[in-house]
Design a binder for this molecule. Sequence first.
Ligand SMILES: *Cc1c(COP(=O)(O)O)cnc(C)c1O
Length: 360
Amino acid sequence: MKHFIVGPVETYKEVQNIYKQPYLYFRSNEFGEFVKETLNRLSSLIGNNDKNSLLYLTMSGTGAMEATIENCVTPKDKVLVINGGIFGQRFCELLKFHNIPFDSINLKWNESLTKEHLEYYENKGYTTLFVNLHETSTGQLYDVKLLSEFTKRNNMFFIVDAISTFLADTYDMSKYNIDVTIISSQKGLCLSPGLSFVSLSKRIIDKIYKTTPSSLYFDFKDYLKNIERGQTPYTPAVFIMYELKAILDLIDNSGGLEKWLSNIKEKCQYFREQICKIGLNIPTTYNLSNTMTPVICDTVNANELVKYLRDHYEICVNPCGGNRANYMFRVSHIGNTTKKDIDILIDKIQKTIEVLAKRN
Ligand SMILES: *Cc1c(COP(=O)(O)O)cnc(C)c1O
């Protein structure tokens, strides 16, 4: 099976089977030093050079989103959420569950977020903005500068789920005054699912020390104390930490971050050219991430196309949710795939459309 999904993505051979190698006892000083060094390297890719500001949690991305809510906002806050799809909606559901007052800017799936959307919310006492910078369900990449300036003007904390944009698009936490960055192992990092990372600004750390989360397991104060020694309060996903070191080495050895990003961008642009050549379209009303391409397919049923690719060609792409599943699917450009793989994918999409068109 060849995966063109957003995560877990095709892994690199440098990362595979790392768990079969000798490993350290996780409570040892040596493991702690190894973790600290590895997290420092990841921190610098995120654009946060503060010491001990990057926590890692053994849970999927949604766990890190929920932990962030518990530790970074309270019922005294007034939160604004950019809700442009499934993941924005998830922030809303989590905030509601935790009794945090919030409003949301609800976008139609093909509606671009602009400064006009934000105008109404200026000077209204909002304390914190939550955004999924790349809303993976639609493929919209929001304008980080626009949101950064809005939060700065309104003296708000700026909390970013960067799970599906980090390591595919440029990202810089300090440049845009971001207070929290959430990322996850199975997307741009191209690792096994199971580890999430939360990078924190100094001022949000101050707030965390004054906040009581609603669960013990998620208490960031405990993680912050432990991370000074490269430790965690509870057993971490040790092997994914080894995978993390392996992918950071691979990024370095293949020319560094910019080269890594430009390779993904190249695959992404190549795919977009080729998919348009065979007569399909990509959305033009909003800005896209290099992570993936939403493809509009209205001559045959897109959901059937996704199934056919999987059943007949062992190719896996992402369907869309809800009604959009019938006319749109999504193709990821992160992970260990090549232009040659894209050629095969395009060919099989074309063949599938021919087959499905004859059926109707
Ligand atoms: C994948 C993803 C998540 C995390 O989902 P999990 O299934 O909990 O790992 C969160 N936000 C965005 C934008 C994502 O793409």
